[in-house]
Design a protein around this ligand. Structure first.
Ligand SMILES: Nc1ncnc2c1ncn2[C@@H]1O[C@H](COP(=O)(O)OP(=O)(O)OP(=O)(O)O)[C@@H](O)[C@H]1O
Ligand SMILES: [Mg+2]
Length: 454
């Protein structure tokens, strides 16, 4: 049962920031506003510049507000799977009330008692998801409220993440002038909402092929079994094209969008495109096949790494196979290459919400769906966690210059050299249908060069 009301999701992606506002009415999710703006200050999925990321978030929120016609005060923000830890936990309390009837406060107390587990200072609890309640020894209770009992127990999963990443995430959103309603673990939301009931039960894996990272989440028996993250995504393909062809990143990105395909054998040996390259007066002719070889090498590299880890975790033969989402999965041939590498069924998940039928939006949609579908008990548990976290959280100081995570130096290409707007349609985000054949290069050359150099 969905909760009725408005919910807002924020996906801070490496390539773009997406905001989605949806209204839930009797189990139906209606999208009422969406935005997609180029990202700044994010590298490989991690915020490396709070000011820059906050500015992009602010723009994205303003655009979504305009479309939705409402003011966004709080957002449900996705947290990537970086260094996420999942541990089982349990709590127990005596039911204190006179009537011995279990109330909201008792759920809050039992969740808090499960939080007293020792957590190292550099980690923070993001979420506690109750799996079952036990009242006076009776197991398998989903919602104990209203029941009578003397002893209330809860078993659940506790999700923790590195305090630095959580701090930066929270600070960035608050810096953009918005409150964080919930921090949602992206891979969990993805697996819960992208996979269907059968896939969640019997097992399947979602792979989110983003711009700066590739996220993997496997679910079986309705539980998240495994998550992993690889700091490699679609932007790496663009950089490869730029390096190999000695052309600018904006041309490389346009080549990828308009002529790219990941399955080399399907790429033409005769169709060519003229590319402006550094150090040559004349444009150089590049075959579709050559472009595809560059693209395929990176796609295969990413998916091979994923495969090795899934194999190690014995998750490669899950009956539901692989479901691909993310902008990087849109390119023709990615599904076929993935099918070949994983040797299992692979499908591209295209969201069915009007105006955003694009795998790029699957992540932000999943955040909103996840909060919309939270049960009352889940909300109580989440509030118990947030309350704890609020007590422990230091006040945010906006005066000093932020120090960033030590391992990342901002080697991101200056925004001015990459023009994403020309590829990212602003009015309608839906791409060409994935199974529609791309035009022949000769037919498309005018289009691409027309838009790039006019
Ligand atoms: N039609 C398309 N053809 C080829 N590549 C595409 C297409 N549409 C989007 N992409 C690529 O998808 C990537 C962006 O995908 P997405 O929006 O899912 O990433 P993100 O969420 O911003 O980044 P991340 O998840 O890595 O932090 C970019 O590299 C972009 O070039
Ligand atoms: Mg993403």
């Amino acid at each position: 049962m969905a909760r009725n009301g408005f919910f807002t999701g924020l996906d801070i992606g490496t390539s773009s920031i997406k905001v989605l506002v949806a209204e839930f009415i009797s189990d139906e999710m209606n999208v009422i506003g969406v935005s997609n703006v180029p990202s700044t200050g994010v590298k490989d999925g991690i915020i490396i510049d709070i000011e820059a990321a906050a500015a992009a978030i602010k723009t994205a929120v303003e655009q979504a507000e305009e479309k939705a016609g409402i003011t966004i005060e709080r957002v449900n923000v996705g947290l990537p799977a970086n260094l996420l830890q999942i541990e089982p936990t349990q709590g127990m309390i005596p039911v204190p009330s006179e009537s011995k009837e279990i109330k909201d406060e008792d759920v809050d107390s039992v969740v808090k008692s499960a939080l007293t587990k020792s957590i190292t200072p550099e980690r923070e609890v993001i979420s506690l998801v109750p799996e079952e309640f036990i009242v006076d020894g009776f197991q398998g209770i989903r919602d104990p409220r209203g029941m009578m009992g003397i002893r209330l127990e809860m078993r659940g999963l506790i999700y923790t993440g590195p305090s630095t990443i959580l701090h930066n995430l929270r600070k960035t959103v608050e810096r953009a002038g918005i409150k964080v309603e919930n921090i949602i673990i992206s891979p969990l939301a993805m697996a819960k909402t992208v996979l269907n009931e059968g896939e969640r039960e019997f097992g399947a894996t979602v792979i989110d092929m983003g711009g700066g990272q590739t996220t993997v989440a496997s679910m079986r028996a309705q539980e998240l079994q495994y998550t992993n993250i690889y700091a490699e995504g679609g932007e790496y393909i663009t950089k490869d094209i730029s390096k190999v062809l000695k052309t600018s990143l904006s041309i490389a990105e346009a080549l990828k969008y308009n002529f790219g395909r990941a399955d080399v054998v399907e790429a033409s040996l005769t169709e060519t495109v003229k590319v402006d390259v550094v150090g040559s007066e004349e444009p150089v002719e590049v075959t579709e096949r050559y472009l595809s070889e560059i693209i395929s090498a990176r796609v295969r590299h990413i998916l091979d790494r994923v495969k090795q880890d899934l194999e190690r975790g014995r998750l490669l033969d899950l009956p539901g196979g692989i479901v691909l989402i993310g902008g990087g999965a849109i390119m023709p041939g990615v599904v076929e290459v993935a099918q070949e590498i994983f040797g299992t069924t692979v499908k591209l998940h295209v969201p069915n919400q009007v105006g955003i039928r694009n795998p790029m939006f699957a992540n932000v949609i999943s955040l909103v769906e996840y909060v919309g579908m939270m049960s009352e008990v889940d909300v109580l548990a989440q509030n118990a966690v947030s309350g704890e976290e609020l007590l422990r959280r230091k006040p945010i100081d906006f005066t000093g210059q932020e120090t960033y995570l030590p391992d990342y130096n901002n080697s991101r290409v200056p925004e001015s050299t990459v023009s994403y707007e020309q590829q990212v349609p602003q009015a309608n985000y839906e791409p060409q249908a994935p199974d529609e054949p791309k035009q022949k290069i000769s037919e498309r050359v005018r289009g691409i060069f027309g838009s790039m150099f006019d």
